[in-house]
Design a protein around this ligand. Structure first.
Ligand code: FEO
Length: 396
């Protein structure tokens, strides 16, 4: 299998997981890649990151396209999560002469995950000279785990930030401009929304630390998806600026579950009411839309309206599940509303309101409750409720 040149002296030697359809419990319809990079100096060769265990042979084949794996002198572990690190012992066995380094927290993580496997700590004060190519390191806690670290090669201004700037997208092409910048940015947003949104403070600090360290990458080579350079890199930076600062726009996401169609009918009229105020709106039946898509829609939206009928005196499980998904992602600074139908007992909309309040949403007005099927007058009232919410969004 081929390696792919990234910068002068740096090659992509990762693996493509075309068949991955679920990561962390959310949908990945385009698969993913586990990127690893080989940095070749005049004296030494370094491997930045490894891959998920079943893909080690693919990694080693690509390394062999550049150098005999036994000649690799250094393995850098930027992150211990198993998608990058479960293959480490097998890679170490194929590279018996390699020194293995990780952040201080990564050293502990490798030992904990791999039954006491010992690697060395490396920090921001250390420079590893490969001969004409040097490697520098910055610990980046919580981008995406406490152990996360960025590696930089200043001679070719190439940053390898592991999960940061990643996207879950399998492709034969290796660069964002090759797959199309718009597609790469969409996948960047889906990844950010579903993995990093709750860690935005840490991600924002990491971007600032890159500049403070004097690093000025012209290539950002993450450990998932395609590599950023040129105009695509500038666009990715700009998008990260919006997301890390939680810059929101006048947009409302309507998401709901339904049993017999009443909550669905309410949701459509409410969305019409939102749109009538000139506010962007997207509507998702949680039985149909992917969680990843809904959350991506929410990434820059000021408002979320969640609807559910009452079933067994509670919200339906898909709505409860979506609230649970959001509880880890902490979408801060947004307005919320709850709506839904009920029959012989209500309770779902109150529960949604309580849960959204606990998640930090500012709830607007009273929840909208509908007994049995809505009449035309009641649908008109739902339209007005959506309209009022849109006005609040415009005023926020
Ligand atoms: Fe791609 Fe946090 O692992």
């Amino acid at each position: 299998m081929r390696s792919v040149p990234v910068s002068d002296g740096i090659s992509w030697v990762g693996a493509i997981d075309w068949n991955l359809r679920d990561f962390h419990g959310y949908e990945t319809p385009r698969g993913t890649t586990y990127n690893a990079y080989l940095v070749v100096g005049s004296d030494k060769v370094a491997l930045i990151d490894t891959v998920k265990a079943p893909f080690v042979d693919e990694l080693l084949e690509r390394v062999s396209d550049v150098v005999d794996p036994s000649k690799v002198d250094l393995i850098v572990v930027n992150h211990v999560e198993p998608d990058h690190n479960s293959g480490l012992p097998a890679v170490m066995a194929a590279m018996p002469n390699a020194r293995v380094v990780a952040s201080a927290s990564g050293v502990k993580g490798v030992a904990d995950y791999h039954g006491g496997l010992v690697v060395e700590p490396v920090g921001a004060d250390e420079v590893i000279d490969l001969g004409g190519r040097t490697l520098r390191f910055l610990p980046m806690p919580m981008v995406h785990w406490p152990d996360s670290m960025f590696t930089y090669c200043p001679e070719v201004t190439t940053l390898m930030p592991n999960d940061a700037f990643g996207q879950h997208m399998a492709s034969a092409e290796r660069f964002a401009d090759e797959v199309g910048t718009d597609l790469a940015l969409e996948e960047l947003g889906i990844y950010y929304a579903n993995i990093l949104m709750g860690l935005s403070t840490a991600v924002g600090k990491s971007v600032a630390k890159i500049a403070e360290a004097g690093w000025a990458p012209s290539v950002i080579a993450p450990s998932h998806g395609v590599i950023w350079r040129g105009d695509a890199l500038a666009a990715a930076h700009e998008a990260y600026g919006r997301w890390t600062s939680n810059t929101l726009r006048d947009k409302v996401v309507v998401a709901y579950g339904t049993m017999w169609g009443s909550t669905d009918a309410l949701a459509r009229r409410i969305a019409d009411g939102v749109a009538s105020e000139g506010v962007e709106v997207s509507l998702h039946d949680l039985a149909v839309s992917q969680i990843a898509t809904i959350t991506h829609d929410l990434l820059e939206a000021k408002g979320l309206l969640l609807g559910s009928p009452t079933l067994h005196r509670a919200m339906v499980f898909r709505v409860a599940g979506y609230l649970q998904w959001l509880s880890g992602l902490k979408p801060a600074g947004r307005l919320g509303g709850a709506f839904g139908s009920y029959g012989w007992s209500s309770g779902a909309v109150e529960q949604i309101s309580e849960r959204m309040t606990a998640l930090g949403f500012t709830m607007v007005g009273e929840p909208y409750k509908q007994k049995y099927r809505p009449t035309e007058d009641e649908l008109a009232a739902a339209f007005e409720w959506g309209r009022e919410f849109a006005r609040a969004v415009k005023g926020a």
